[in-house]
Design a protein around this ligand. Structure first.
Ligand code: FE2
Length: 323
């Protein structure tokens, strides 16, 4: 089976949704009311994107062709560039490591599996990254892909990830069910054009939580109402799978039972789950590997099981003249 569309999950038949709960019309009406403004906001964001970009992906060389067609590309930073970035990021990495060690020593669970720190605009790390990306032509590449006159850095974060023993069982807290092999696969629900990047600051093998992507999936169900529903649900901030929220979700009309973060609900071994895993590209790689992607594509970061992962998450946005 080759997937060409976002996987649809039959929640009525899902053992942890329809298999456990009955839809409730009152809850369904409450959920629809909560989602209505988010659907409207997402549709507006999507409309603005269509007006400016119109899904006219552009390309002029190998990099932009990969970004336009695959929705992803990987490049290695020159040694001098990654050394300069690493030196500028070091104090933040040490701070995050210290915080994680202190939390672990106190027996605290971090709510997220990621510890991250926002990088302030204009600081040394910001300008060092900006220069490295400029030297690699990534601003021009982003402008070309989205048909914009220019592009610029939007934001960046420094991340440190440690192994999280809860990761396998934390999804459905009321039942003893582990995360499926597709757990965490999602697209970003913000409906804006950007090139998102995961820059490895240490070597990342299969056990250090590699980033992964499903090539070409940024165009699956492009401009669809389904993508809007999915994003609206995730924007509600309820990508939790407690019994309460699963029941509410199941009470929505069938066409609205859809999520941007859908991988954790896929049935292990189902043809769509198998096809998605088959298509997934796992981006293990050395320190200095820059994984670029379109956040409309299906992607995830794996759990760290051994050692730790140090990385930066960086966004370049196309820049259009103000209306
Ligand atoms: Fe994401």
């Amino acid at each position: 089976m080759t997937l060409k569309a976002l996987p649809k999950i039959d929640y009525a038949a899902h053992p942890l949704y329809g298999g456990m709960f009955e839809p409730n019309p009152v809850l369904g009406a409450q959920m629809q009311a909560a989602l209505a403004p988010l659907i409207e906001r997402t549709a507006k964001d999507e409309h603005a994107r269509v007006e400016r970009f119109g899904y006219r992906y552009g390309c002029c060389d190998a990099l932009t062709r990969e970004l336009a067609e695959q929705g992803s590309a990987t490049r290695q930073l020159p040694a001098a560039a990654i050394d300069a970035i690493h030196a500028a990021a070091r104090s933040r990495l040490e701070l995050l490591q210290g915080q994680l060690r202190a939390a672990a020593a106190a027996g605290e669970r971090s709510k997220k599996k990621t510890a991250w720190k926002v990088v302030d605009i204009g600081c040394e790390l910001w300008t060092t990254v900006d220069q490295a990306l400029r030297d690699m032509g990534l601003f021009e590449a982003t402008a070309t892909v989205f048909g914009a006159p220019a592009a610029k850095l939007r934001s960046m974060n420094v991340l440190v990830n440690y192994p999280d023993p809860d990761w396998i069982t934390r999804l459905f807290r009321d039942v003893e069910v582990g995360a499926p092999p597709t757990g965490g696969l999602h697209f970003d629900p913000d409906h804006r054009c950007s090139t998102k990047m995961v820059l490895y600051l240490n070597d990342v093998g299969p056990e250090q939580g590699p980033f992964s992507i499903v090539p070409g999936s940024h165009r699956w169900d492009e401009r669809s109402q389904d993508r809007i529903y999915r994003s609206a649900f995730d924007r509600l901030g309820t990508v939790v799978r407690s019994a309460k929220w699963r029941k509410r979700f199941l009470s929505l009309p069938a066409e609205m039972q859809t999520k941007a973060e859908f991988g954790s609900d896929m049935i292990p071994g189902s043809p769509e789950a198998e096809a998605l895993l088959e298509a997934e590209q796992v981006m293990t790689g050395p320190r200095g590997q820059l994984n670029m992607f379109n956040p409309d594509a299906i992607h995830r970061g794996a759990n760290v099981t051994v050692g730790e992962r140090h990385a930066m998450l960086i966004y370049i946005d196309p820049a259009w003249p103000a209306n």
